[in-house]
Design a protein around this ligand. Structure first.
Ligand code: DAH
Length: 350
């Protein structure tokens, strides 16, 4: 029996090595770990074994199950990274060595993109909020429906202070304070909550061309009676079309985040080919841009808002990624380099 376990492991490893995209890896996850998967199937074949054999074999299958889960997750990560690198490589070249005019001050490219987004959202009646970089565990996780030991915390490892506070791993950490700040005006005066909050975020990451331990996001929320996914799509489409100065099509795919239900990944039509398909978008016509969703009832409740009466949407736009896409910056580290030669090349195109 235990040869079966080893054989299945070897088979999975070789199939994973051959997989080249996320869909293929997901198919392997279902094939091996799904309800009718081959690893799950091993347990079903145990009925003819003695108690001792069952114990030994069951243990081996469980170890394999855990290992298979990890192998599959690692492969997903590897493919995702390769996709990001391919996307960055296919962007128009930005030449770090171009001489810049250093006699004149200039805005950082992230500031430029942030201001463009703020301008559009302000014109649509959103407040722009500033929020602390040091937050509590409650703000960053608990209030967002991510309790202690929830696996979603693994993706958001950050830097902790000795007093238990932490450097915020996402701008969503400000959501709870924003709801509390505006809920009275919502409930008593019927004023919808409309706010964006750009900010610096931190994660315990090894840095490379597409990962940084310090980056910028811009969160946005809108809460009122009868807010729906159509409102979310409208605001995102309007903002992105302004920022990129062309009509941008958007689409939503399902995505999981504990603080929204349903959650989505928002894709935009490819900036290079306009959706026809080209190497930049891997011929799909779409680029992944921004996770979003309808605010989870528990998150509204934590902010003092009754989810029976109010609904809302939230999105978390990666400002660093947006700046890289807009200006064709291929190495994320250039943005934090402090090198005036690189950074002074960008100007506000308004
Ligand atoms: N906070 C998430 C992250 O950094 C991104 C995110 C996802 C924000 C979905 C949202 C949302 O507001 O609705 O990974």
């Amino acid at each position: 029996m235990s040869e079966k376990v080893t054989a299945l492991r070897d088979e999975l490893v070789s199939k994973l090595n051959a997989a080249t995209d996320a869909a293929a890896v997901d198919a392997l996850r279902v094939e091996y770990l799904g309800k009718n998967g081959s690893i799950t199937g091993l347990l079903k074949g145990m009925k003819d074994l003695s108690i001792e054999e069952k114990k030994d074999f069951g243990q081996k299958v469980n170890v394999l199950k855990e290992e298979a889960g990890k192998l599959i997750a690692d492969k997903f990560e590897e493919i995702k990274n390769a996709e990001i690198i391919a996307e960055i490589n296919s962007m128009p070249e930005f030449d770090i060595s171009t001489p810049a005019n250093l006699n004149r001050g200039s805005y950082h490219p992230i500031t430029l993109v942030q201001r463009q987004c703020e301008k559009v959202f302000k014109s649509m009646g959103f407040h722009v909020e500033d929020y602390s970089e040091v937050v509590t565990d409650y703000e960053c996780f608990e209030a967002l429906n991510i309790p202690k030991h929830h696996p979603a915390r693994d993706m958001q490892d950050t830097y902790y202070l000795e007093n238990g506070q932490l450097l915020k791993s996402h701008t969503s950490a400000a959501q709870n304070a924003i709801y509390k700040k505006y809920k009275d005006a919502l409930i008593n005066e019927g004023k919808p909550i409309k706010a964006i909050f750009p900010g610096r975020c931190f994660r315990n990451e090894a840095t490379d061309a597409c990962h940084e331990n310090t980056f910028f996001q811009m969160e946005g929320v809108m809460v009122d009676k009868n807010i729906s996914i159509s409102n979310l799509i409208f605001f995102m489409k309007t903002m992105l079309s302004e920022v990129f100065q062309k009509d941008i099509k958007v689409r939503l795919r399902p995505g999981f985040f504990p603080f929204v239900e349903p959650g989505f990944e928002l894709d935009i039509s490819c900036l290079i080919c306009g959706g026809d398909g080209c190497p930049s978008c891997k011929h799909s016509g779409w680029l992944e841009l921004c996770p979003c969703g309808m605010i989870h009832p528990e998150v509204l409740k934590a902010g003092g808002i009754d989810p029976e009466e109010y609904t809302g949407f939230a999105f978390g736009l990666g400002l660093t990624r947006l700046a890289m896409m807009k200006y064709g910056v291929k190495d994320i580290r250039d943005l934090n380099s402090g090198s005036l030669k690189a950074l002074a090349q960008f100007t506000d195109d308004e």
